[in-house]
Design a protein around this ligand. Structure first.
Ligand code: OAD
Length: 231
């Protein structure tokens, strides 16, 4: 097991690309078709809730037709075998890590399959579309539900737990993420300052690549399986 005691893995949209989900910043990515301000900010939701619900309803529906790939499965296998501390932090709002069997998993940008009441903050499972007439369990009022997604200008989830794990880990691996969105893009520095080895597995070179000790370039399905298979 290469002597590691505590491993933190950060994943981004690239790990789900080979399952058929679009990334954000590719030329065919989600942000090519949509303005971030329209579909991924609280202000956009206030302006046009129907547009925002439709964007996330479509993405939630798509989960029914995709499956975890070899990279998701390799991380779940590693977690089962590893006898140290393991935390998987994902920026992804799909459910492919949990369907592959990952357990110690934090969705720092929220989850498509959950909805949140805008009044009480109560979170509940959401399998189907959120419609104008959908009612939350807590208030029973139509129109109070929003996707449980962290939008720009909102605070990502579980930050205390994540920073504690980064302070303690001796290996940090980022997979399939472009290093454009903070605070996730800064996790590598946090881990490094605390003495961890830092590795990036990505299809191509990214903006914060120079911050990592080592880069492994290639598709996640291959590189994640190889890397964690040999760890
Ligand atoms: P991006 O779309 O910014 O980056 C995806 C990265 O994955 C790119 O660097 C690709 O080269 C790489 N990639 C693509 N296919 C791959 C493959 N098969 N194997 C390995 N790598 C591959 O997505 P994220 O970095 O996840 O936030 O984006 C971060 C956040 O920005 C998202 O969580 C989302 C977005 O705005 C919110 O919506 C709050």
């Amino acid at each position: 097991m290469a002597g590691y005691r505590s491993v933190v893995v950060l994943t981004g949209a690239g790990i789900s690309a080979e399952s058929g989900l679009r990334t954000f910043r590719a030329s065919d990515g989600l942000w090519e078709d949509h303005r971030i301000e329209d579909v991924a900010t609280p202000e956009g939701f206030a302006r046009n809730p129907a547009l925002v619900q439709d964007f996330y309803n479509q993405r939630r529906r798509q989960l029914a037709s995709v499956e975890p790939n070899a990279a998701h499965r390799a991380l779940a296998d590693f977690e089962r075998r590893f006898d140290g501390q393991f935390l998987l932090v994902t920026q992804n709002v799909d459910d492919l890590h949990e369907r592959a069997g990952s357990e110690n998993l934090l969705h720092m940008h929220g989850e498509l399959r959950q909805a949140r009441c805008v009044v009480t903050g109560e979170i509940a499972p959401q399998k189907g579309d959120i419609l104008p007439e959908s009612r939350c369990r807590c208030c029973g009022v139509a129109g109070n539900l929003r996707p449980h997604i962290v939008w720009f200008n909102e605070m990502p989830l579980y930050m205390d737990t994540i920073y504690d794990a980064l302070a303690d880990c001796d290996l940090f691996v980022a997979i399939g993420t472009s290093g454009n969105v903070y605070p996730a893009a800064g996790f590598v520095l946090e881990a490094k300052q605390n003495g961890a080895k830092t590795i990036l597995l990505n299809l191509d070179e990214v903006d914060n690549a120079s911050l990592f000790d080592q880069q492994i370039i290639g598709p996640a399905s291959l590189k994640v399986s190889e890397f964690f298979g040999h760890l």
